[in-house]
Design a protein around this ligand. Structure first.
Ligand code: PLP
Length: 443
């Protein structure tokens, strides 16, 4: 917010006016160029101003920009649903469109609840989530979000749902193997379901690779399969929040594919519309959706859901992802980026961890690598490095790590079209910013 603006957002720090985008770059009105190192908020997966996508959107715009879904079926929404199912692993074959991530998470939990009702399971209403986690800012999604600074100010107007610890194994100092650690964290879910009473638990909600709240946290491989087993044991539905990880960002269309998991419901947004339109979706198995339809229909829907403009953009985005082989590129470039992050970690003692999957990567600052103690929160390192990078023409994304009260992590998640040379260019700017940070702080 600045003095000449009527808009209000979170930050009071004035930013320059955006002029235009091109590929991985954004330009402000003064002509300054920025590498979009975080795809905005992990959104612009196919880069900016893709001419083929714009042409397809324009063609739809010339025909009709809106047709209410109760009045008409539209070709773009049908085609996007079919394409989404085709790109998604088997077992997830029904699609419901929304306009963003929070809507997708809320829609997923409502679908789960309605399905449970068709099964005579009225007592199941609790959704267990994890902390830290981020699932959205609407009140329902916030109630499932494990990020204190965003959630707590709104308590007790929302009933907070139960949560268990996310597997932040990089902080653990036990003698367990990675596999054993994964199982240890999965058992937290089993214990919690039993504690809550299995017949009250509707679903378990998780980000397969953590996003803004944890900084690209990946669990040990053993975690994913065991969580699926535990959900099956108790008839608890497994909801994957792939709002950030979906649509190819981690090197698979869904991150779930890395572990061969079929969730019951998946929430998608961000890279699905890739910044060309506000778009999200839930994808679920027919075995779950059909009983709801048979019982009278899903009691849910947003006015803008499935509108032809947004869906024509989404369809064009998925076609680009396929035609340009962007999912494979995300996997390959993810490895290049991760190798570069390890080099940075060797150079800066205050980088305590680097992690991620595909092109969803992060590094975290610490005061001490042995104890993984965070830097003092009053240093605001998470905000400072972002500014130093921004001044130098690189956009990165940062948050507090440890539940929102301390810790500093930085997400590097460039558009999936990035080349190796552009990664080197991005890292050079980041190194310059890190040098400045080290000099300023004496770290
Ligand atoms: N879920 C995850 C994993 C997210 O990262 C986000 C946004 O950052 C959301 C849900 C909420 O999405 P939106 O901001 O589009 O409502």
């Amino acid at each position: 917010m600045s003095d000449d603006s009527f808009l209000f957002y979170q930050s009071r720090s004035p930013r320059p006016f955006l002029d235009h985008g091109e590929g991985i770059y954004l330009f402000d009105e003064s002509g300054k160029r920025y590498i979009d190192g975080s795809s905005g908020a992990m959104v612009s997966n196919i880069g900016h101003s893709n001419p083929r996508v714009l042409a397809k959107m324009k063609a739809q715009m010339d025909k009709a920009t809106f047709g209410y879904r109760l009045h008409f079926r539209t070709r773009p929404s049908e085609e996007l649903a079919a394409k989404t199912v085709a790109m998604t692993p088997e077992g997830l074959d029904r699609v419901f469109f929304v306009s963003g991530g929070s809507e997708a998470v809320e829609s997923a939990t409502k679908l789960a609840r309605q399905y449970a009702l068709t099964q005579g399971q009225e007592s199941r209403y609790k959704v267990i989530s994890r902390f830290p986690s981020y699932h959205g800012c609407t009140l329902g999604a916030l109630a499932l979000t494990g990020y204190a600074p965003l959630r707590d100010p709104f308590a007790p107007m929302m009933q907070a749902m139960p949560s268990i610890a996310a597997p932040a194994t990089y902080l653990d100092r036990d003698n367990l193997s990675e596999d054993e650690r994964g199982l240890k964290y999965a058992e937290l879910l089993r214990d919690r379901i039993i504690e809550e009473g299995p017949d009250t638990v509707l679903a378990f909600l998780m980000e397969p690779v953590g996003g803004a709240s944890t900084g690209a946290l990946v669990a040990p491989d053993s975690y994913y399969g065991r969580v699926r087993e535990i959900c099956d044991e108790f008839g608890v539905l497994l909801i994957y929040d792939e709002v950030m990880t979906g649509a190819g960002r981690t090197g698979k269309f869904l991150a779930a594919e890395h572990w061969g998991i079929t969730p019951d419901i998946v929430a998608l947004s961000k890279g699905f519309g890739a910044g060309y339109a506000p778009l999200g979706a839930i994808i679920a198995g027919a075995h779950l959706v059909d009983p709801v339809l048979d019982a009278g229909g899903f009691l849910h829907g947003f006015t803008y859901a499935g509108n032809p403009m947004a869906c024509s953009a989404g369809l064009a985005v998925l076609e680009e992802i396929e035609d340009q082989g962007l999912i494979d590129n995300a996997a390959r470039m993810g490895e290049v980026l991760m190798a570069q992050l390890h080099i940075l970690m060797d150079r800066y003692p205050f980088i305590g961890d680097v992690r991620g999957k595909g092109l969803l990567t992060a590094f975290e600052f610490v005061a001490d690598r042995d104890t993984m103690a965070p830097l003092p929160p009053e240093m605001d390192a998470y905000a400072r490095l972002v500014e130093l990078a921004y001044e130098r023409g690189l956009i990165i994304y940062s948050r507090r790590t440890r539940g929102g009260t301390a810790g500093d992590h930085f997400l590097l998640a460039p558009p999936l079209i990035i080349t190796e040379a552009q990664i080197i260019e991005m890292i050079a700017i980041l190194r310059d910013a890190l040098d400045a940070f080290a000099e300023e702080t004496g770290l």
